[in-house]
Write a protein that binds this ligand. Structure first.
Ligand code: UD1
Ligand code: PEP
Length: 428
């Protein structure tokens, strides 16, 4: 197990480019099963979760090869089995996204209960609601799911919540179903849009992309294509937070500023500002971080919602920024039950936070942070701890960085290029 050793308290400077969106890459790899033609995915992030997903595809007999850095060719000419490798499937959340495509291609899917971040209960009910509506038979056991279908038939589906991967599952099952499917109360995050656009390029008939109501006219086959993934907006939000708490001037190249309107509102409540310069985001040095109270001096809140609300994956970053802002703010994590527990790590660094319950934390800032020995509990808390450590006085050692490697491509090298003092070392 490796660690990050971080010496904090130094200002950073320079340009950083976000990697391709992790949460687009993972469903797109599942979508490759929907065609027997080659698909070339560009701007694929070279992260641990993608590597596990590629191995999962290979366990089905699908050809996957990196043509060059961040360019992956996937060719599902034949699929040898409907049972992806159990150990690999248990390592990532999106192994479950193979269910719909396997049903379509082989009429059967046997999948282990998936892994992914341990941030509270991660329900899959929406996935099975959609698949059964389209005609699949599903048997759920304690640790696995067995599905079969003799052809899927389009229908009107109203999702019980705007689940991101639940929506992706429904889309992938519907594109080759007979007839028309409507998916209402659908998620519309940029990664859901990337999936729809790639499927569209493969010949799928989808309208309503980017909205909460999708219409899909089933087609009889899908072609191969080439598709370029969008930038990871969680990386962009993380880099904005990093610049703000370290007082650094950072340019984030090709950041798609239009995807950060809600982030601007929420981070703005902590006094964080930036300029959009064409496709780039430029965060100025030495900002005055000060909580902006609501009208009548009421303590403001930062809370998450499905898109275009503030993404839950940026809540941990917002919490670290709040520790450095003058004033009091409520962090209200409404979507996940277990994402705020990492505040005990920030408390050990000197942050002033009251964890009211699993969903709410009151942060009083600014607090001077000090280097600590820390463990990364999940991917986003891990990145939040890296940011806290870079802002802290002294040296921090972060263990369990495999969590961070799941989603951030060679992060220590990219941050070191901005002047960050961060090293990857074998665990002592
Ligand atoms: C691989 C991938 O893409 N993972 C992302 C995906 O996970 P995933 O698809 O697993 O997350 P879901 O969208 O299903 O649900 C996330 C949480 O929000 C709750 N919920 C969801 C919708 C809703 O309308 N109301 C509600 O309360 C769910 O009950 C759950 O606790 O979306 C999450 C929410 O953006 C992100 O944190 C994950 O990074
Ligand atoms: C929760 C996340 O990932 P996953 O759904 O893959 O566990 C995340 O990307 O923050």
């Amino acid at each position: 197990m490796e660690t990050f050793v971080i010496e904090g308290g130094h200002r950073l400077n320079g340009t950083i480019t976000p990697a391709g969106n992790k949460n687009a890459a993972l469903p797109l790899l599942a979508a490759c099963l929907l065609s027997d033609q080659p698909i070339i995915l560009r701007n694929m992030p070279d992260i641990a979760d993608v590597r596990v997903k590629v191995q999962l595809l290979q366990s089905l007999g699908i050809e996957c090869s990196w043509l060059e850095e961040n360019v992956l060719r996937v060719h599902a000419a034949t699929i040898n089995t409907s049972e992806p490798d159990t150990a690999l499937a248990r390592r990532i959340r999106t192994s479950i996204l193979l269910a719909g495509p396997l049903l379509v291609r082989t009429g059967r899917a046997v999948l282990a209960r998936p892994g992914g971040d341990s941030i509270g209960h991660r329900r899959l009910d929406t996935h099975f609601l959609a698949l059964t509506a389209l005609g699949a038979e599903v048997e759920v056991t304690k640790q696995a799911y067995e599905l079969k279908a003799d052809g899927l038939v389009g229908t009107d589906i109203f999702l019980d919540e705007m689940s991101v991967t639940g929506t992706e599952q429904a889309i992938m099952a519907a594109v080759l179903a007979t007839g028309t499917t409507t998916i209402v109360n659908a998620a519309s995050e940029p990664h859901v849009q990337d999936l729809c656009r790639c499927l569209f390029a493969m010949g799928a008939k989808i309208t309503g992309i980017g909205t909460n109501s999708l219409q899909i006219q089933g087609v009889s086959r899908l072609n191969g294509t080439e598709y370029t993934l969008g930038p990871d907006f969680m990386e962009v939000g993380s880099f904005i937070g990093l610049a703000a708490v370290t007082g650094s001037n950072i340019r984030i190249a090709n950041a798609r500023p239009e995807e950060h309107r809600m982030t601007r509102i929420m981070f703005g409540r902590l006094g964080v500002t930036w300029q959009d310069e064409g496709p780039d985001i430029v965060i100025p040095a030495e900002q005055e971080l000060r909580v902006r109270d609501d009208l009548h001096g009421v303590v403001p809140k930062i809370d998450d919602m499905p898109w275009p609300g503030f993404p839950p994956d940026l809540m941990s970053i917002a919490l670290v920024i709040a520790t450095q802002a003058q004033g009091t703010v409520l962090i209200h994590e409404k979507m996940f039950d277990g994402r705020l527990f990492f505040v005990d790590k920030l408390l050990s660094m000197g942050a002033r936070v009251i964890l009211c319950d699993p969903h709410r934390a009151v942060v009083v800032g600014p607090a001077k942070l000090y280097g600590e020995r820390l463990t990364s509990p999940d991917i986003r808390a891990g990145m939040a701890l890296v940011i806290a450590a870079l802002c802290a006085k002294g040296t921090s050692v972060i263990s369990n960085i495999a969590q961070i490697d799941r989603g951030y491509q060679r992060i220590e090298q990219r941050l070191a290029a901005l002047g960050a003092r961060i090293e990857r070392r074998p665990a002592e």
